[in-house]
Write a protein that binds this ligand. Structure first.
Ligand SMILES: Nc1ncnc2c1ncn2[C@@H]1O[C@H](COP(=O)(O)OP(=O)(O)OP(=O)(O)O)[C@@H](O)[C@H]1O
Ligand SMILES: [Mg+2]
Length: 588
């Protein structure tokens, strides 16, 4: 997996620059804002030197008993202070505007991309990983870029000051230089350690979010299977791994900060003693000594900040590469559709010489040839794992069929554009997914501008209108969290109504009725029969008894079509079907 590669990978400078260039394309939109923020930050950096200068000048005048001059410099100091405060305010305001715009923009782009990638990506990407990438990384990127820039400005002003001091007093300049070299070397070694640990922390974090997400989604299984304890202990395990890694990271950083602090102490002592000696021997003016004195703290603060630079740059690299894993097409490949906008459909389907495998190892479908005439009700039956749902997956283009083809009304499904393919085919599963909003909204979302009458009409066909009307809030009833909990059969009938509203000509039912009790099954069956009058309906069913009245049955075995015909034909002529039916009778 790409992400694991990222953890091991070292980012070269070129890669970092490449990533920053790539993100610039997205920040460029806010160029003006960015430039103003950069200018303000730079000016504020220069203020640091001026503060020290005014302070030094003021104090020197005081030693000369010139109180007026002292007050003058103190006044400059105060004015600078006010301007600085105003700049900080403006900068913060502009930055938060940039932050909001950029982050919303990025998240929207990433989410849009996630919605447009092929379903196969979700087979091996954990949902927690995707959620984390979209919800977290853009924030990290902007925050790190901002901090890195601030640090950069700080370092540039410090460098300017060091040059100035070096001219006045080369020995003190050299102390700074030595300090910088030592800090640079420890910064390098620290960077390598930090990089590794940061990425591995991020991976652990994905795992924690993923297990949280999965157990919430599958809370019924978690409770029903009685695996609360084991899930909890897995969660705790992941958390403790995460904590260990975070502690290790803190450890690395603390050691680094300690070594920097020692350098700092030695430098401060050396600068003071040397500077003091120069003033004493008349080689350095007192005001410059005071300036050096005041500014040394700022410089050392900048040196200390370097300890965070490696973290920030590495964090930025990781976040950017995770963002671009989603935005680029290498891993998150966009689904491809044709450009034929098929308006009207008869609903005739043909699977032609179709062979398919998810991975290249074993064939799931082999040379399947099925012709389904329009407005028929067809059942696909066969043992578990025989490839029934795979047929649907291919018809819906969730996966690409490379061998053979699927035609609808004689048109290869690859030619359909996304809208027309999605409009004409609907699938109803055992537990259809309904959104946490009202019944009306759940229905209306498939057809913009649908009138209430249309919505009700489709619900009537699906035999669910009567039930909805019996609820206190009727069509405005909230589904799920904080609202009504629908039964499996009711959800299915809403899903059928949703498909009807979409005016899908082809309706696929995957094991829809197998988990329902007799009464619900009867209701859903009534709905399906109503729909089947002028729609092409394909039903995958485990329990043959629910589909024996279909126009035709297709028996799949090990990815091959082994028989087709009406129930009566098959029961007489096909041994495999007979066995399947008998097992069904015994279980049913
Ligand atoms: N996303 C996937 N990635 C890899 N293999 C898959 C995937 N989905 C299904 N398979 C494999 O393909 C084979 C056929 O699966 P399919 O879901 O089509 O069977 P099915 O007939 O619908 O079974 P069931 O009646 O249990 O639903 C199985 O061996 C399954 O393990
Ligand atoms: Mg299946």
């Amino acid at each position: 997996m790409k992400d694991l590669e990222n953890v091991e990978k070292k980012f070269t400078r070129e890669e970092t620059i490449g990533l920053v260039k790539k993100i610039w394309v997205y920040i460029r939109k806010y160029k003006k804002l960015v430039v103003i923020i950069l200018i303000l930050t730079t000016i504020m950096g220069a203020f640091q030197i001026l503060y020290s200068l005014f302070w030094a000048k003021g104090v020197v005048n005081l030693t000369k008993n010139d109180f007026k001059q002292f007050i003058l410099y103190f006044g400059f100091f105060a004015i600078l202070w006010v301007i600085h405060a105003v700049f900080i305010l403006i900068n913060n305001y502009l930055y938060s505007r940039l932050e909001r715009n950029f982050i919303v923009d990025m998240k929207q782009k990433m989410y849009e991309k996630v919605l447009n990638v092929g379903v196969n990506i979700f087979d091996n990407k954990k949902s927690g990983e995707i959620i984390n990438k979209v919800s977290l990384e853009p924030n990290v990127v902007l925050n790190n870029l901002n901090q890195i820039f601030k640090m950069f400005v700080g370092l540039v002003t410090a460098a300017g000051f060091i040059i100035f001091i070096s001219i006045l007093c080369p020995l003190i300049g050299m102390y700074y230089l030595i300090a910088l070299i030592i800090i640079y070397i420890s910064f390098k070694t620290n960077g390598v350690k930090t990089k590794k640990i940061q990425k591995s922390i991020r991976k652990s974090d994905d795992k924690v979010v993923s297990i949280l997400n999965q157990s919430i989604q599958g809370i019924r299984e978690v409770k029903g299977l009685g695996i609360k304890e084991s899930i909890l202990s897995r969660f705790v395990l992941y958390l403790s791994v995460l904590r260990k890694k975070q502690l290790k990271n803190t450890d690395i950083q603390i050691r680094f900060i300690i070594s920097i602090s020692i350098v700092r102490l030695v430098i401060v002592m050396s600068v003071f003693i040397t500077g003091g000696w120069y003033v004493y021997t008349g080689k350095l003016a007192l005001e410059y000594f005071l300036l050096i004195d005041g500014y040394t703290w700022v410089i050392l603060q900048q040196f200390e900040q370097i300890s965070y630079l490696s973290q920030l740059v590495q964090g930025l690299n990781v976040s950017l590469s995770r963002i671009f894993e989603v935005l680029d097409d290498d891993v998150y490949t966009i689904e491809k559709f044709g450009d034929n906008n098929v308006e009207k459909l008869e609903g005739q389907i043909e699977f032609k010489d179709l062979s398919f495998s998810y991975d290249t190892t074993s064939k799931v479908l082999e040379n399947v040839n099925i012709h389904i005439p329009k407005n028929k009700k067809i059942a696909i039956v066969g043992k578990s794992g025989s490839g029934k749902s795979t047929l649907f997956n291919l018809l819906l283009r969730f996966y690409e069929c490379k061998e053979g083809e699927i035609l609808i009304d004689g048109i290869n499904i690859k030619e359909f554009n996304e809208d027309s393919l999605r409009k004409h085919i609907s699938v109803i599963r055992q537990e259809p997914f309904l959104f946490n909003s009202t019944i009306k909204e759940n229905l209306a979302m498939v057809k913009s501008g649908a009138t209430f009458d249309e919505i009700r009409e489709s619900c009537k066909i699906a035999y669910i209108d009567e039930y909805i009307m019996s609820l206190p809030k009727q069509y405005d009833t909230l589904i799920g969290e904080g609202g009504v909990n629908l039964s499996g059969g009711q959800k299915q009938r809403i899903a059928i109504a949703r498909a009807m509203l979409k005016k899908s000509k082809i309706m696929l039912f995957d094991e829809a009725t197998s988990a329902l009790d007799n009464e619900s099954q009867y209701n859903v069956k009534k709905a399906i029969d109503e729909v089947a009058k002028d729609h092409t309906v394909i039903i995958i069913a485990h329990r043959l008894s629910t589909v024996i009245d279909c126009d035709e049955m297709i028996l799949l075995d090990d990815g091959k079509v082994v028989a087709r015909g009406t129930h009566d034909d098959l029961i007489k002529n096909n041994e495999v079907y007979g066995k399947l039916y008998n097992v069904d009778l015994i279980n049913g």
